[in-house]
Design a protein around this ligand. Structure first.
Ligand SMILES: C[S@@+](CC[C@H](N)C(=O)[O-])C[C@H]1O[C@@H](n2cnc3c(N)ncnc32)[C@H](O)[C@@H]1O
Length: 286
């Protein structure tokens, strides 16, 4: 599909205003593929036709659908296995030691897409049921896309999705085959909750204003933010992270030079800590 510069600019502006995401010109080729289903559904003949239909409205149902179609929702279970090994073997045990008196852990999966990241975390706890007996584990998944949140809430996966990242043993241990797809069992679903939320906005009212998270995963969400937008996102994340909490970013993402609130853990790739705590560690280390 031919994509004129003007049409691409119009769609990129729409995406940015709703989600903060840039749509670099080099990814223009993706527009046709991403919007082909929407064109069919609405009988739209061309991008110019779509842009004319959108008019000036940024909040119409059609504008919403366009934004959702342009977002990159790629995810799968246990994406980047090394990160989940780090969580299971180091980060979560350390956090648990610090929360031994309350026996509560709050975790936030930012840009959760269809929920596989949050459910992978839930599986880490469910795999060691006896260890976590008596603990309250709360995992919040949020995404700016309503269709992703709806899919995550259904906790149902196609045969293709369920096989991506899960061993057959985990599949049958934690999911049931239903006519709608492979559905996560109650013991996972009772740990996770999914909400519509833009990382650039304050947390949704359903999350208590005093909530801070012991662990935040924000992977593959900030890649297409410009520097100023990423700084705003880090501001939100830094405020939501417990001062002794940990954060995980995706490979190729960093806080260095972007925020003073969250600092990399020396020597452990992808792991970040609240700067207040990192300072304490630095001072303690002399
Ligand atoms: C590439 S997926 C990554 C999913 C998961 N974190 C992972 O790494 O497997 C990025 C997700 O971030 C969401 N997203 C994009 N902009 C966002 C924003 N401003 N606030 C919250 N979520 C956003 C997208 O809708 C998409 O589902």
């Amino acid at each position: 599909m031919q994509v004129s510069d003007a049409a691409q600019r119009c769609l990129a502006d729409l995406l940015k205003s709703q989600t903060g995401q840039d749509f670099p010109a080099a990814r223009g080729w993706r527009i046709g593929t991403a919007l082909s289903g929407l064109f069919r559904e609405h009988g739209i003949a061309s991008l110019d036709h779509l842009v004319a239909k959108l008019g000036l409205s940024r909040h119409s149902p059609l504008a919403r659908e366009v934004v959702e179609a342009l977002l990159n929702n790629e995810t799968y279970f246990f994406r980047d296995r090394a990160v989940f090994d780090l969580l299971a073997n180091k980060v979560i045990p350390d956090l648990a030691e610090r929360r031994a008196s309350t026996r509560q852990l709050s975790i936030w999966s930012v840009g959760c897409s269809t929920g596989q990241e949050a459910l992978s975390l839930a599986m880490l706890f469910a795999e060691r049921e006896a260890r976590w007996h008596g603990w309250t584990i709360r995992i919040l998944g949020t995404d700016v896309s309503q269709s992703m949140v709806d899919a995550a809430r259904s906790a149902c996966y196609t045969p293709f999705q369920i096989q991506r990242g899960l061993a057959v043993g985990q599949m049958v241990q934690f999911f049931d085959e239903t006519p709608q797809g492979w559905r996560a069992q109650d013991r996972l679903r009772q740990m996770v909750r999914f909400e519509l939320h833009n990382i650039l906005d304050p947390l949704p009212p359903s999350v208590s204003a005093s909530t801070t998270f012991d662990l935040i995963l924000c992977r593959n969400v900030l890649l297409y933010f410009d520097d100023a937008t990423r700084a705003r996102a880090f501001e939100r994340l830094g405020t939501a992270l417990a001062t002794d909490g940990c954060m995980i970013l995706g490979a190729g993402e960093t806080t260095i030079g972007q925020t003073d609130l969250i600092a990399p853990d020396r020597g452990v790739p992808s792991l970040y800590r609240h700067a207040a705590h990192a300072d304490v560690r630095r001072t303690a280390a002399g």
